[in-house]
Design a protein around this ligand. Structure first.
Ligand SMILES: Cc1cc2nc3c(=O)[nH]c(=O)nc-3n(C[C@H](O)[C@H](O)[C@H](O)COP(=O)(O)O)c2cc1C
Ligand code: SF4
Ligand code: SF4
Length: 402
């Protein structure tokens, strides 16, 4: 286990491990940042600072839909420049070396303001600057809701392949710090946006995973809202474990497009050892975690780090790079996938004739004479839905020789 090295290098910086507290409500105060350091986190991205002043900044309204493992936020308090800069300065003094990478947005008239803001954070002691090109709950929310807005911030700017690199370049020229660009999957061009950001001089890129969505509608009270202390029905910004498949795809897409070298940060539903390793296997060097820190704080990480060391030792990995990208070459395109022949068979000793598989709408192979489940193996096309539908594990797929 001594030979296991969890550290990763982001430009001139060394992260002690791949876990970064993603920008959000758990990195708004010095006490939170100190707690993150005590919990073993390698870095924090303090809550978004908006210059000249945060628009769309309200007391937070969240829902954590526990059963769906889905988090939604509609309103969020952003930091003003004095608040963000003070947080950065004080956090540097109060911590022993956790990396502090403030998340910033400039919302003034001239793009040069992005560079000025980055420089102020450099002077306040930041280790890196993170550009918020990702939040869907700013101007992107307004345009999606049909409201006219001249502003382009967060996901709107991050999905604009013409304007995005101009901003990144200005920030890179204004600061000596590594610049991280946090991108949105909204717009469907995250890999291209990542490429443009790196070409403009960014040290790292990553994906936020957040999507704007409409939460459950109560059809008997459709004007009601699932939010507490909020009257309006609004789009919400979605995060948490349910988003993992989409988040893995974002990371994968960036890594495939960018090649091996660039530093890529994944996020979206990372909440334990498995979900972090999955992100690394599809191309992430590190992960941002937000929702899980909101729900469970920071103190769960040491156990995950121990688990990661044990896992790497068991698998024969000594560095994160040893399993980063592991899946890349193995994820086949739809035209390359190899299908094996087979059919379903039922074990009547386990079947209690519940009838669930009898109803599968696309299947003509299951009949039930005298309530006895019968599968016609000659017509079964091997899709396997019946296996998943059966509550008693009474059906299995059987491979046929080619
Ligand atoms: C309530 C909330 C506030 C967030 N605020 C920010 C922010 O200020 N800046 C930013 O870049 N990302 C922000 N995020 C995005 C997270 O940092 C993270 O990338 C995303 O939620 C996906 O990861 P998760 O599923 O672990 O939350 C926020 C997320 C949530 C849930
Ligand atoms: S595998 Fe698909 S086609 Fe075959 S019996 Fe099951 S549901 Fe029907
Ligand atoms: S779903 Fe399973 S238990 Fe129910 S009838 Fe089909 S095989 Fe039998």
């Amino acid at each position: 286990m001594d030979s296991i090295n969890l550290s990763v290098r982001l430009g001139p910086l060394t992260l002690a491990n791949p876990f970064i507290v993603g920008s959000g409500p758990t990195v708004r105060t010095v006490d939170q940042i100190r707690a993150a350091e005590d919990g073993g986190w390698a870095a924090v991205c303090p809550k978004l600072t908006v210059d000249p002043s945060p628009y769309l900044s309200q007391p937070p309204r969240y829902r954590w839909l526990r059963r769906q493992r889905l988090h939604i936020f509609t309103a969020e308090r952003r930091l003003t420049p004095p608040e963000g800069l003070r947080l950065c300065e004080e956090a540097r003094k109060a911590t022993r070396g956790i990396l502090i990478m403030p998340n910033i947005t400039y919302d003034g008239e001239d793009y040069e303001g992005w560079g000025r803001l980055a420089k102020r954070f450099e002077d306040a002691g930041a280790h890196a600057i993170e550009l918020n090109m990702c939040c869907p709950n700013m101007s992107f929310n307004l345009s999606t809701t049909g409201e006219r807005t001249a502003k382009a911030t967060g996901a709107s700017l991050g999905s604009d392949l013409v304007e995005l690199p101009k901003v990144v370049k200005l920030v890179v020229e204004a600061t000596r710090l590594p610049v991280i660009v946090k991108l949105t999957p909204e717009g469907g061009r995250i890999a291209q946006a990542a490429f443009q950001s790196l070409a403009a001089g960014a040290a790292a890129v990553g994906g936020v995973a957040n999507r704007l969505g409409i939460p459950d509608i109560d059809i008997r009270n459709p004007m009601g809202t699932i939010y507490r202390l909020q009257d309006s029905i609004t789009l919400g910004c979605l995060s948490g474990p349910w988003i993992r498949p989409l988040a893995l795809r974002d990371t994968y897409e960036m890594r495939v497009f960018l090649g091996k070298e660039p530093f890529v940060i994944g996020s979206g539903g990372v909440s334990d050892l498995t979900s972090a390793v999955q992100q690394i296997m599809v191309g992430a060097d590190a992960v941002w975690v937000c929702t899980e820190t909101m729900v469970r704080g920071f103190a769960w990480l040491p156990k995950v780090l121990d688990g990661l060391r044990a896992y790497m030792s068991e698998m024969g990995y000594s560095r994160i790079r040893d399993f980063r990208d592991l899946l890349l070459g193995n994820i086949k395109s739809a035209s390359e996938l190899h299908i094996r022949q087979g059919h379903a068979e039922v074990d009547l000793a386990k079947c209690n004739a519940c009838g669930a598989c009898w109803k599968v709408g696309h299947c003509c192979s299951i009949t039930h004479p005298d309530d006895r489940t019968t599968i016609n193996t000659a017509t079964c096309f091997g899709c396997s839905t019946c296996v998943d539908v059966c509550p008693r594990d009474a059906i299995a797929m059987v491979e046929e020789p080619d």
